[in-house]
Design a protein around this ligand. Structure first.
Ligand code: C6P
Length: 414
């Protein structure tokens, strides 16, 4: 038995499931089988309680008042920032900007760093695996600055072509923006090596960690990335909150993204002096309860053996892949050697949306469609996939329910 396999054996999934109240829900009269965690994950009791407690015992605006509730709210909010720094192994709290989520973080970097540094003819390097959130903000800033977008292709397994990456990198490449894990296929990209290559060419690197954060242990210092973004709601936390890690020297030099309260040191009609980082990037009253939920989600993950959880998820993904492959007429999309959390596939004769509707009637929640990654679908010349995505709470029994549901789809469509 390998170390990872023995970790999986020690992972108590029943105990984990008991932490997530929604998992006992019934849908269409059937027990809920939730296989849509890449879209948004479910929330443990501790996260729900932390947000509820915040509103009951601490609700006030942060950083702006001297009364006790404001002190409590500020301490909780800044406490979550400290937890986020530890979660990412960031060197200090100044490097942690609290955002609305991954999309917000990427737009911030594109509009602040990108818009202030890119010149006509400069290149922004993306990949064919990117989510629309890591494409469109770069298209916007390219149109504003005259920069040009280049794209690293993928092979038939859904892996980035590393030799093409090397060929595309040049002194013109100023920014590389790459997903850590693909939301459409589950591919884990070798980002440490990719970051080193991009740095050797002189580019700054943003990593979209939306799909990595719930599964992998992240160390921004070991990765040596310049920016790393994630969403709380995909890692068992609140919606509408997220984290942008930025290298301190870059954040210091970047202009503000939005103007408003809390991001300033002094305002007159003649001149505004900005607050220090990270506050310079946090204009207006933030989602304080949500940020408390983010902190509670990080605590929750800290209380779990992450290696054992990953080994469990890998074992369930392997089981799912084998079971779905057995069903006649299925085609798995994305068979990278390194994957996590996602099984995307098609079923001959049934449109993914019809399959999704029938699965839903069986209590099985999956996502069907392009998964906000249209280029990936175009690369495989397909309109959409059925995507089963896993969280730490999924089991082989969940996969058995998916397979039963897929047989039902076949009965109706083939
Ligand atoms: N992917 C999915 O079903 P936001 O919406 O900002 O929290 O996350 C956007 C985002 C960015 N990058 C990646 C790799 C993502 O997977 C997502 C969100 C969801 O796959 C909803 S489209």
């Amino acid at each position: 038995m390998t170390t990872l396999a023995s970790s999986a054996a020690t992972f108590n999934v029943d105990k984990v499931r008991a932490d997530f109240p929604i998992l006992t829900e019934r849908v269409h009269g059937k027990p809920l089988v939730y296989l849509d965690s890449a879209n948004t994950s479910q929330k443990p009791e501790s996260v729900l309680k932390a947000m509820d407690d915040y509103y009951r015992h601490a609700n006030a605006n942060i950083h702006r008042a001297t009364h006790l509730l404001s002190e409590r709210a500020t301490a909780l909010y800044e406490g979550s920032r400290a937890k986020a720094a530890a979660f990412l192994n960031a060197p200090d709290m100044r490097t942690i900007v609290l955002t609305k989520g991954t999309t917000d973080g990427i737009n911030l970097v594109a509009q602040s760093y990108g818009r202030s540094t890119l010149k006509p003819g400069d290149e922004i390097l993306l990949t064919w695996l990117e989510h629309h959130s890591n494409i469109v903000p770069w298209q916007l800033v390219a149109a504003q600055t005259g920069a040009v977008i280049k794209v690293v292709p993928i092979n038939d397994a859904g892996e980035l072509e590393q030799d093409q990456l090397s060929a595309l990198l040049s002194e013109r490449t100023k920014i590389m923006a790459v997903g850590h894990v693909s939301n459409a296929l589950g591919t884990i990209n070798p980002i440490k090596e990719m970051i080193a290559k991009a740095h050797a060419a002189g580019a700054v690197v943003l990593v979209d960690g939306a799909q990595a954060a719930p599964h992998l242990v992240i160390d921004v210092q070991a990765l040596d990335c310049d920016f790393y973004v994630l969403s709380s709601h995909k890692m068992f936390g609140s919606t509408g909150t997220g984290v942008l890690y930025g290298r301190a020297s870059l954040l210091e030099a970047m202009p503000p993204y939005q103007g408003g309260g809390d991001m300033i040191a002094s305002v007159t009609f003649e001149q505004t002096l900005y607050n220090q980082v990270p506050y310079k990037f946090e204009a207006g009253t933030p989602n304080m309860a949500g940020v408390v939920g983010l902190g509670a989600a990080i605590d929750y993950l800290a209380g779990i053996d992450r290696d054992a959880a990953l080994a469990h998820e890998d074992a369930v993904l392997e089981y799912a892949t084998a079971q779905v492959r057995e069903i006649p007429g299925t085609r798995i999309i994305g068979e990278a050697r390194h994957k996590t959390g996602v099984l995307s596939f098609m079923l001959e004769g049934a449109h993914p949306h019809d399959a999704g509707t029938i699965l839903d009637r069986q209590g099985v929640a999956v996502r069907t469609g392009q998964h906000c990654a249209q280029p990936v679908m175009d690369r495989f010349c397909i309109p959409a996939t059925i995507r089963a995505s896993l969280g730490i709470y999924n089991t082989r029994e969940d996969i058995d329910a998916l397979v039963r549901g897929l047989h039902k789809v076949r009965e109706l469509f083939t």
